[in-house]
Design a protein around this ligand. Structure first.
Ligand code: FES
Length: 634
């Protein structure tokens, strides 16, 4: 073990003489990134500024205990919050909360595997359907013609007259116009790039075969980009990353509070997302071996907060009742104005939002899964820190957002973690416990899909009551296998009982992975909010659970969730199992459809206009439904 240092002064407690202007270098391992910072800066912030992925839920305020990093030498002395969040063994090994450490000297810091975010499992694909291609972008080749043969005609007129009548009138910007005289006299001819009725670029020679666009799904946790060939509809490349805004908190509310009445905080969140989109653009272009300048359009879906951060819109009132967004409708901005490194005048089409926290990602899900088409009632549920859900048939579309909180993303759970290598993702309880672990590694924690499995299976095995309380050993069913009984650990009061999901000695892990009574309560709060939201939608529509022809589980969590566990845990409406299906990254598919077809884009606009938003916040009916939905149904 390395040497433990005395507590370090923070930047605020250092004298000016000690700290003024001094810089230190922090080396983050295993990524091998060196960051030079002002002496005394908080280590957690240093990692964020340097693009190093350190886990967090609370955004650095010391309440989540997720941001631990390992020091192998010059170990800072533990502070009170280390004692609260870390075990004695972790403290002895040199783990510390990075949000409590001042970078007061050169340091070498290990970010634990599975604790960081860069390796989180990201879902790319989702349900899809066949559509006719009707892209907004078209290219028209204009062959060389000796200009002297066409006297008394301007360069712009020569270009315009090439176009079919239905595309006129057409507009051109000053920037593109300035390139025209040179290119129109080039013997290779030129290619006009049109977005609707606007010439957004002219290129030397015949480039008509190269037509690409990108569809982005910007989630609070991850960002996924799809590079599409607009001429064929083929997907050329997919790239994804963990949303780096999460250094300011997993919870949207945490990020909103950073940006509310704080233009600097908003600017930072905007810059982070633009920088990440540009990195993904570069990666996609490089994979498909095309220049980024040949990307002519972008479509975007995201929740309401991501939408505001992307456009750098004041999000102050989004976080305050009645949660008014700056704009609900679709919005188009030039890529160059937004700072995206593609064709400068390429339109960025941001799909419309619904209302409240129900954003264009839900519109994307509804578009992809044809919700609102046909007479049957179908429901889509996208589980994240907010559970967004929609219920529709052709006559009526309604949607709401339920405050699920971050438990299903592994936060506020004692050994919770994201769906990254080392996370237990599925659990079965029979005569003993069987687990699967992402990456086949020794388990280090529990992700959301396993949490739902655990509560469902504990209930099925009779180890937990309908109210979510662990049974005492004396209350267990008489036929409970002894191996299960041994996993129930009673420590005084019932609330201190916990269950060993994976024993260190069986799995080669460092310590047992356990689920506590408090974890079950957190899970109940999350699943109760989602179920209550679904019940209120059914009430609003005037139908009952059994009238549902289908429940679609969207998003990464919905995809990896076991539908049977979701049903048994009471997360979804109680309908036959064969009516529940995962639809994957349907929001991303919605963005792709809107990119490939202006007809689909118009459908998305109509969906957003027609969908009624049901406000749950402050609703007495929601509170009542929530109390019931906290319980386990069977
Ligand atoms: S406790 Fe450090 S980021 Fe939450």
């Amino acid at each position: 073990m390395g040497k433990i240092e005395a507590p370090v002064p923070t930047s605020t407690s250092m004298s000016a003489a000690e700290g003024a202007g001094a810089q230190v270098t922090i080396l983050f391992l295993p990524v091998g990134r060196s960051v030079k910072v002002r002496r005394g800066d908080v280590l957690f912030n240093v990692a964020a500024e340097g693009g190093v992925s350190v886990d967090t839920v609370c955004g650095g305020n010391g309440s989540c205990g997720k941001c631990k990093v390992l020091f192998e030498e010059f170990i800072p002395a533990p502070v009170p919050l280390d004692y609260i969040h870390l075990t004695a063994g972790e403290i002895a090994r040199g783990l510390r909360l990075s949000c409590q450490v001042a970078a007061d000297r050169d340091m070498v810091v290990q970010v634990p595997a599975g604790g960081g975010r860069s390796d989180v499992r990201i879902l790319h694909q989702g349900v899809t359907r066949d559509i006719e291609l009707h892209p907004n972008i078209r290219k028209v080749f204009v062959p060389y013609e000796n200009p002297r043969l066409k006297e008394h005609i301007s360069d712009w007129d020569r270009l315009r007259l090439v176009l079919p009548r239905k595309l006129r009138p057409v507009h051109i910007s000053l920037q593109v116009l300035r390139k025209l005289p040179g290119l129109i006299r080039n013997r290779d001819g030129l290619t006009m790039v049109l977005a609707g009725r606007r010439v957004i670029e002219i290129e030397q020679g015949n480039t008509a075969a190269e037509q690409c666009g990108i569809a982005f799904d910007i989630g609070s946790t991850t960002i996924v980009g799809f590079l599409m060939d607009l001429a064929t509809g083929a997907e050329l490349a997919v790239a994804s990353a963990v949303n780096r805004q999460s250094v300011y908190g997993d919870d949207i509310i945490g990020r909103l509070s950073r940006s509310q009445r704080n233009p600097e905080g908003l600017r930072k969140l905007h810059q982070i997302v633009i920088a990440q989109l540009n990195e993904l653009i570069a990666e996609l272009a490089s994979r498909a071996a095309i220049p980024t300048g040949r990307i002519y359009e972008v479509t975007v879906v995201g929740n309401m907060a991501m939408h505001h951060f992307l456009l750098q819109l004041d999000s102050t009132y989004l976080g305050l009742a009645p949660y008014a967004p700056v704009i609900r409708e679709e919005f188009v901005v030039n890529a160059g104005d937004l700072g995206l490194s593609i064709c400068a005048e390429a339109p960025v089409f941001v799909l419309p939002n619904i209302a409240g926290f129900v954003g264009s990602d839900t519109v994307g899900v509804m578009l992809a899964s044809n919700l609102g088409v046909g007479g049957e009632y179908r429901m889509a549920i996208d589980v994240g820190t907010n559970g967004e859900m929609a219920l529709a048939n052709r006559a009526r579309l309604i949607a709401c957002s339920a405050p699920a909180g971050p438990a299903l993303e592994g936060a506020r759970i004692k050994m919770g973690m994201r769906a990254a290598p080392g996370a237990i993702d599925h659990v079965r309880i029979g005569s003993d416990v069987e687990i699967t672990v992402i990456g086949g590694l020794p388990p280090v924690g529990i992700c959301g899909s396993a949490l739902i499995d655990i509560v469902a299976q504990l209930r099925k095995a009779g180890l937990m009551s309908r109210t979510g309380a662990f049974m005492r050993k004396s209350e267990l069913p008489p036929d409970t296998p002894v191996r299960l009984t041994e996993r129930v650990i009673e420590a005084g009061q019932r609330k201190n009982t916990y269950f060993i999901v994976a024993r260190a000695e069986d799995t080669g892990a460092e310590k047992d992975v356990v689920i506590t009574q408090q974890d079950i309560r957190e899970c109940q709060l999350a699943k109760g909010a989602i179920r209550a939201g679904a019940m209120l939608l059914l009430d609003e529509m005037g139908i009952v659970e059994n009238d549902l022809a289908e429940v679609q589980l969207a998003g990464a969590f919905g995809n990896f969730l076991d539908p049977e566990s979701a049903l048994r845990a009471g997360l979804t409406p109680n309908i036959p199992l064969d009516r529940i299906r995962s639809v994957g990254n349907a929001a991303g598919v919605g963005a792709k459809l809107a990119l490939l077809s202006v007809r689909e884009r118009k459908r998305a606009i109509r969906i957003a206009q027609r969908t009624e938003h049901i406000q749950l916040s402050g609703s007495a009916a929601f509170q009542k439904a929530f109390t019931v939905a906290m319980q386990f149904p069977i």
